[in-house]
Write a protein that binds this ligand. Sequence first.
Ligand code: GLU
Length: 384
Amino acid sequence: MSDLDNKIFGSRISLAKRVVVKVGSALLVDAKSGHLNRAWLESLAADVARMKKRGQEVILVSSGAIALGRRHLALASGKLRLEESQAAAAVGQIRLAHAYKELLEGHELTVAQILLTLGDTEQRRRYLNARGTLNTLLSLGAVPVINENDTVATAEIRYGDNDRLAARVAQMLSADCLVLLSDIDGLYTANPNIDPKAQFVGRVLHVTPEIEAMAGGTGSDVGSGGMHTKLAAAKIAMGAGCYLCISKGAYQHPLQRIEDGVRCTWFVPASTPIAARKQWIAGTLAPAGSIGIDAGAVSALARGKSLLPAGVTRTVGRFDRGDTVSIKGPDGVEVARGMAAYSDDDVARIMGRKTAEIEQVLGFRGRDEIVHRDDLVLLNIVEE
Ligand code: GLU
């Protein structure tokens, strides 16, 4: 890969609207002293501030809670028992959040801490709630700092590594770019620490079984995730239309370095986040129910508008908020498919009404649209 090519790929970061950056424990916490690598974190904060100034949205997924907390509690080295890592996370997370707050506030940025469990990304209702909160924080200009909620997560309901958590966050937020800052500069054909013939792989278009074999059984870095969790993250991100970069983070200004064209591995998705999302909606085999709409609403959809309560005439079947529904015109032909923002019961109560009346009818203020434009694909009508 030439320097120019690395630079062109590096511009993926500066061009992205929404970037998720995963920061590994080994970068944040000094292995010998167990203290926070403050100077490094300061340089990362400066990179984030620069991106925010350019109008980009940045989400940090940060590890380090357990590593920080275990030293503070003077827990012995080696593998911790579950209760010990939960205790270490409780002590470490508060320190971690404090450091991010202090350093990012130095750049006049507001930090928001979000602790997620596996269920928050895997169960629809909780997923939608987490997505809603994160989107609100981003629209208010905050920088969310996310970690797994390790104090409550038990072995069975735990990610355990922040690579896949970061990928699920990127997917949830339709991010354009995910950066995994690691202690290795990318993917190799074999573990470069033990195999001198290992070759660097600069670009990956598909995570094939051959690529997976390169990751080997054990990790090539010292965090909880090895190369195999990074590849699992790459698959999730690519499926969501998100670029993913694995880069060595142990330098000052690690994000700036990628933009400047440092060598790293880029995983290239086949589509964009919106296209991937729409493809997923269109591909739902059995929509949970359907919503009938009038001719005016059909033409509004064709003009690129969202589906509002006023144009809805009926609902069929049972569906919940977040389910995929089929949207049918007055003649019963499916004109679109989309993700409903309300359950069938709620749609039945607000249909035909003005958006301003939603709160009065339902007793709470939900979304203005029954199906938002970004959650909708047209099927048998042509967009005007
Ligand atoms: N959530 C863990 C922590 O904060 C780290 C997981 C990982 O290393 O990926 O310590």
